[in-house]
Design a binder for this molecule. Structure first.
Ligand SMILES: NC(=O)c1ccc[n+]([C@@H]2O[C@H](COP(=O)([O-])OP(=O)(O)OC[C@H]3O[C@@H](n4cnc5c(N)ncnc54)[C@H](O)[C@@H]3O)[C@@H](O)[C@H]2O)c1
Length: 247
């Protein structure tokens, strides 16, 4: 499959997990990927993992730094000759039992997960071609389903979902699609860092996929589909990729 032949793609969170797998998948399908992350070493490992026919260039940036996002999108447009697809994957997770929830946790989660996503959308939209432009924002199944001890994370992802659905309606007249993709549990460094400690995680037994956790590559496949011409009539609808864990 070569659905992205020389398609200019701007991708955040590309240094690890789902973002790295997405970069590898898109480059394998011919895309020209401008890969962004705050982790420069991780970006280098993504470049090493990517194999043509597309190509990849990287830039270290913090998605919460407004000036840096403005400069990054400008640099992507110059480097790629435009941007047709924006994929926002960068995100963080915190386990926050309600009794110990802090304002700092709330602000940090919203800053990275929502503000970072919103800034990249704001800066990229003027460059997206009408009729062909696509935005894929990674939300989470936690946005719409109860996940104990994740209230702040879930709220930030609920915000990403609502933001994306609104943007889809706002940009529909320009033929720019916006698709929120909501993973369930994916085996990445983000989930490996979640340990129950002395918290009661038994509820998670009820919402676990019988298929086990997804691989980052399975999410990359769904993101690539959402960004591709195969999904040309898909917009303003959440693509939930959770192995049936909430059915
Ligand atoms: N892994 C899961 O089970 C799961 C489930 C639902 C949603 N998600 C979402 O998928 C996305 C990717 O998660 P992952 O599991 O691949 O995690 P990951 O930790 O492997 O990758 C996240 C990437 O985002 C980058 N990042 C974080 N903050 C940043 C910032 N301020 N500026 C620039 N880059 C930043 C990190 O450096 C990292 O490379 C996240 O938005 C996450 O919330 C993951």
């Amino acid at each position: 499959m070569n659905r992205f032949d020389a398609t200019p793609v701007l991708l955040t969170g590309a240094a690890s997990g789902i973002g790295r797998a997405t970069a590898v998948r898109l480059v394998a399908e011919g895309a020209h990927v401008f890969a962004v992350d705050r982790d420069q070493d991780g970006l280098a490992r993504t470049v090493a993992a990517a194999d043509g026919p597309g190509r990849i260039v990287t830039r270290a940036a913090d998605v919460t730094d407004e000036e840096s996002v403005v400069a990054t999108v400008r640099s992507a447009v110059e480097s790629l000759g435009g941007v047709q697809v924006l994929v926002n994957v960068a995100g963080i997770h915190r386990t926050t039992p309600i009794e110990s929830l802090t304002v700092a946790d709330l602000r940090q989660l919203f800053d990275v997960n929502l503000v970072g996503t919103a800034l990249f959308c704001r800066e990229a939209v003027p460059h997206l071609p009408h009729g062909r432009g696509v935005i894929v924002n990674v939300a989470s199944s936690a946005a719409a389903h109860g996940n104990p001890y994740m209230s702040a994370y879930a709220a930030s992802k609920g915000a990403v979902l609502a933001f994306s659905l609104t943007l889809a309606a706002e940009l529909a007249g320009r033929g720019i699609r916006v698709v929120p993709v909501s993973p369930g549990t994916v085996a990445t460094p983000l989930t490996r860092a979640v340990t129950p400690g002395d918290l009661d995680f038994s509820y998670y037994g009820r919402i676990r996929s019988l298929m086990g956790p997804a691989t980052p590559e399975q999410l990359a496949g769904a993101i690539a589909f959402a960004a591709s011409p195969d999904a040309s009539y898909l917009t303003g609808a959440e693509l939930r990729v959770d192995g049936g864990s909430h059915t």
